[in-house]
Design a binder for this molecule. Sequence first.
Ligand code: FPP
Ligand code: MG
Ligand code: MG
Length: 391
Amino acid sequence: EKRGGPVVDTKQLVGDDLKDLKHNIMNLLGSGHPMLDTVSKYYFQADGKHIRPLIILLIAQATSLAPKKVHVSVKDSYEEIDTPISELSSFPIPTLGSIGDSKATISNGVYAPKYNDADQTFILPSQRRLGEIVEMIHTASLLHDDVIDMADKRRNLLSANESFGNKMAVLGGDFLLARASIALARLRNHEVTELISTVIANLVEGEFMQLRNGQVENGRQRKNGNGRMTTFEYYMEKTYMKTASLISKSCRSSAVLGGASDEVCDIAYTYGKNIGMAFQLVDDMLDFTVSSDEFGKPAGADLKLGLATAPVLFAWEEYPELGKLIKRNFDQEGDVETAWDLVLKSRGLAQTRMLAQSHCQKAIAAVNQLPDSLAKVALIQLTEKVLDRKK
Ligand code: FPP
Ligand code: MG
Ligand code: MG
């Protein structure tokens, strides 16, 4: 429970591991072209929340004492490769264990896991690297997203598109994806490569679903029994694609790298999917409730972009007149203001929060099946933070 403060200090648990994140990512980046170097590293200057790597590391710990796949040893799946790096890349990219990856220690040729003395859970170097890869993919998607959304602000900085122009912002994102792909290939785990590649496809699919606004053509309110996707289902599917896919599949990947059994991998996936859905639902709520300064990015942006998110879709049930505004993407004079007022008057924001809460409960139920550990408690606490966050 929240009262009485946190039971587990997450910073103490994985804070040191997260501290190296930025440094390690910088080592995976770097281009001989100074401008590309600047653009691709730009969003890492400001401190992001690093929520994805944090979840990946906690899942690594929380699954480390859970049942393993039969025939798979606990040993890290990572192997060194003999192709000279110079043939693979225009810039030296460190392998796990090389200088610059302080946490990847080698003993007797094996990459050593890092133990948490308090409960003997551990994190493998490959799982730490997964966190870095996922943060790079996430950041690439933000570079592209800010171009698509014409955002002028991100993490309280001028957006990359605003600072360097659309062309460089797009190419900077592409470069991040490429370097993340190299690091992913070097994990030498086919299942994880497939999962994370699927995430990249899903991000684009989610963005396309949002762009195309397909639900509006169907023009349906919730609860239709005739087999076609309702507006709300379309929104939830889009939300999975653009946000929850990344978190759920990286949680599964973290468990896979640890050699977890299929059942444990499914638990990790279910946790990630539900906390990911909750995270985006709260994001869509905050768009209505916080100022741009608090948010660090443009607030009140969704209606202006023509997007009907959960708060509006719930409000539509109370105020049917919202339907025609949603259908025309709030593109007529005064639409944005009218919709805004109706949403604030409605129960839409409260219902959105309740839906997010129900996803958090599912996430908790999943992770509760794992053996007890400090990381498990931290993962449960994190669901509360997601619900109560202000940025
Ligand atoms: C933020 O959403 C954006 C995403 C979660 C995904 C964006 C995905 C793409 C642009 C597809 C390209 C993908 C890659 C991997 C290059 P938002 O606009 O609702 O949130 P915001 O308020 O943070 O801008
Ligand atoms: Mg955006
Ligand atoms: Mg967007």
